[in-house]
Ligand binder design. Structure first.
Ligand SMILES: [Zn+2]
Length: 284
């Protein structure tokens, strides 16, 4: 395995999934734990909390290679933010294109860019610093509902999107609008979930004879998110998150899916197991 690939697995049938981490940033710890009291969550994060009470968040992206083509899942924060924002978010690259190239992948070979949703830390890498497309041959697949809310005018909902950047890729994105479940390539499916954002979707990869692999996006950022009731304050529709997590995580646990966390740096690959009335994440 190439040293620059953070994790990779052959699922069989010519399908291979590689984890590529497009840098790190920091998010407010209390906001990440939403309604959960500090007394319950502080033991999870003793080492990584900084003097501004923030947690280290990796920008986990996937490259899915199949006989029918290549899918990139997520694009991270990218390289188009100004210095002030870069400092404020404690963002450190490499951004997605550099991370893919370091790992030996050519962004021009990508057929589909699948976005769990369009928040700034997922959609920032669609354009290069000069404004050209980072994935020139690819279609972008996100839910139409996500585009509409991201470019809408609800002041609470638009706070996590960078609208001027999304406007620049809107026409490109519109070509790949999904309305409901969409098979991106044979064996690779986008499944609408809502919850974290209006048009949030999960990506599931199935190959013959293999455990399915799931990327639940920001419904499952970090190990503690395995508890359906532990939703972040960044979830726009937290009650929807709880419901959809409970049903998707039950399937993932019962069928022993490989689970990739969206923002965990050190233990991003694992599985969900049933634990009383909830689930527990066990890292590989
Ligand atoms: Zn995120």
């Amino acid at each position: 395995m190439n040293d620059a690939v953070d994790w990779a697995r052959d699922l069989g049938g010519g399908t291979r999934v590689s984890l590529v981490q497009a840098g790190t940033f920091r998010s407010d710890a209390g906001a990440l734990f939403g309604p959960v009291p500090w007394l319950l969550w502080n033991r999870w994060v003793t080492d990584e909390i900084d003097h501004e009470n923030r947690l280290l968040q990796a920008l986990n992206c996937l490259l899915i290679e199949t006989p029918a083509g290549r899918v990139v899942v997520e694009t991270g924060i990218g390289e188009r933010l100004d210095d002030k924002t870069r400092t404020m978010r404690a963002y450190e690259g490499p951004w997605i294109v550099a991370a893919l190239e370091n790992a030996g992948f050519d962004p021009e070979s990508v057929d589909v860019v699948a976005m769990s949703h369009l928040h700034f830390d997922h959609a920032g890498g669609l354009l290069k610093s000069d404004g050209s497309r980072a994935f020139p041959r690819a279609s972008i697949v996100a839910q139409r509902a996500e585009w509409e809310i991201a470019l809408g005018d609800n002041p609470r909902l638009v706070a996590s999107y960078i609208q001027p950047e999304l406007q620049l890729v809107r026409d490109w994105g519109a070509e790949g609008w999904a309305e409901g479940e969409r098979e991106l390539l044979p064996g690779v499916t986008a499944i609408p979930t809502g919850g974290h954002s209006t048009g949030h979707q999960a990506i599931v990869v199935r190959a013959p004879g293999s455990r399915p692999l799931a990327f639940f996006g920001d419904l499952c950022m970090r190990p503690w998110a395995a508890n359906p009731r532990w939703v972040s304050a960044f979830d726009d529709f937290p009650l929807d998150s709880v419901m959809v997590k409970a049903s998707l995580f039950a399937q993932a646990a019962d069928e022993d899916w490989i689970v990739v966390l969206s923002h965990d740096r050190d233990q991003p690959i694992g599985r969900l197991v049933r634990d009383r009335d909830r689930f527990r994440y066990e890292a590989d």
